[in-house]
Write a protein that binds this ligand. Structure first.
Ligand code: NAD
Ligand code: WQD
Length: 338
């Protein structure tokens, strides 16, 4: 079975390519390298000993996308390609709606024209940002979010649901990721953010390596156990395995399945700092800073539906996430050096 991976050179895409190839799938990738490097694909090939047909193309270029489908004849698509920075989406809403929403529509149109009926879509826990009750399950969804990026995920989920309603042959999995962190244990692939990282764990890793001076902890007055924000961190390799399980689910089913992919456990910012210090043997200097606008106190998953229906259960804990992140960071201090 062949899977076309959009955004396959990116952080989650590259780890998922490894998991797919190891599970025996054939993989082809399309990525415009807007936020990634071809080196990630080369290293996935090196890790797995398998070749990946790669197309440096924009998914918004419908003719190019169609040509990829015609050359590769995929049986299924995993759609990662998107813009993903929450703050940037507030400053550039049209760019986010254009790439994320129009990109997904273009992909669905080409899939329809080419008769491809299976889709795994990268959604996000950001769709829960207005929910107060924890843990969040798939039904907690409230069609409200706080930023354009989050809206693109809500809109794309709905577009996929409506498309599947109109085409009963289409089968899709909407995967809502919580906070993906860590790297492949080989240290050969990992997250390579451009500029100063927005997210906690890549920021901590760059403090540990001496590229950044100290972490700002955004708020210690939340109603959580130590006052800092609580999130559900998931090792990127567990997340990648979740995609392989989701493909298996839609292979035999019809309609749309929605799953939380998280660990089901909440961990605070200070607990993550401590775990990283233990895993790396480095001290992480930090200061307490004001809350970051738009942040919520805590969010963590009820991950029981994915366990029941996919057999998905995370295997790696926060120590593993920190150890593998540090292994990647310390061996690749400048990422893929684009
Ligand atoms: P990433 O930026 O590392 O990967 C996205 C890839 O898509 C990049 O390689 C980029 O070059 C490519 N891309 C972007 N626009 C494109 C276009 N128009 N045409 C072709 N390729 C394009 O991000 P990631 O962290 O791997 O995220 C992958 C997906 O998962 C995204 O849809 C993101 O919204 C979603 N997601 C990410 C997180 C997270 O915290 N990393 C959490 C929840 C959901
Ligand atoms: C985690 C915690 C911060 C940086 C984002 C997106 C979400 C999803 C995952 C895509 C919070 C605190 C952070 C720092 C800090 N992405 N923090 N100092 O905000 O939970 O989720 O990434 O879909 O949509 O919103 O992740 O890693 O930015 O923050 O104290 O320098 O760390 O306040 O409590 P977040 P994050």
């Amino acid at each position: 079975m062949k899977v076309l991976v959009t955004g396959g050179a990116g952080y989650i895409g590259s780890h998922t390519c490894v998991a797919l190839l190891e599970a025996g799938y054939d993989v082809a990738c399309i990525d415009n390298l807007d936020n990634s490097s071809y080196e990630a694909i080369r290293r996935v090939e090196e890790l797995t000993g398998k070749k990946i047909p790669f197309y440096e193309k924009n998914i918004l270029d419908r003719e190019a996308l169609k040509a990829v489908f015609e050359a590769e004849k995929p049986d299924a698509v995993i759609h990662f390609a998107a813009l993903k920075a929450v703050g940037e989406s507030v400053a550039k809403p049209l760019e986010y709606y254009h790439t994320n929403v129009y990109g997904t529509i273009t992909l669905l149109e080409v899939m329809r024209e080419e008769g491809v009926k299976k889709l795994v879509y990268s959604s996000s826990a950001t769709v829960y940002s207005s929910v107060k009750e924890m843990p969040v399950n798939e039904e907690s969804f409230a069609y409200v979010t706080t930023n354009p990026y989050g809206w693109t995920k809500i809109m794309c989920e709905q577009i996929i649901r409506d498309t599947a309603k109109a085409d009963p042959e289409l089968s899709a999995a909407l995967l809502r990721y919580f906070n993906p962190v860590g790297a492949h244990p080989s240290g050969r692939i990992g997250e390579d953010p451009a500029g100063i990282p927005n997210n906690l764990m890549p920021y901590i890793a760059q403090v540990a390596s001496g590229k950044l001076q100290r972490l700002s902890v955004y708020g210690n007055d939340y109603p959580t156990r130590d006052g800092t924000g609580v999130r559900d961190y998931i090792h990127v390799c567990d997340l990648a395995d979740g995609h392989v399980l989701a493909l298996g689910r839609i292979a035999g089913g019809k309609g749309v399945y929605t799953y939380n992919l998280g660990s089901g456990k909440g961990t605070s910012v200070l607990e993550m700092v401590k775990a990283f210090e233990e895993a790396s043997g480095r001290k992480i200097p930090y200061v307490i800073a004001p809350r970051r606008p738009g942040d919520i106190a805590e969010v963590f998953a009820d991950a029981s539906l994915a366990e029941k229906e996919l057999g998905f259960k995370t295997k790696r804990d926060v120590f593993d996430m920190c150890r593998d992140l540090w292994n990647w960071q310390s061996h690749n201090p400048n990422g893929y050096e684009k």
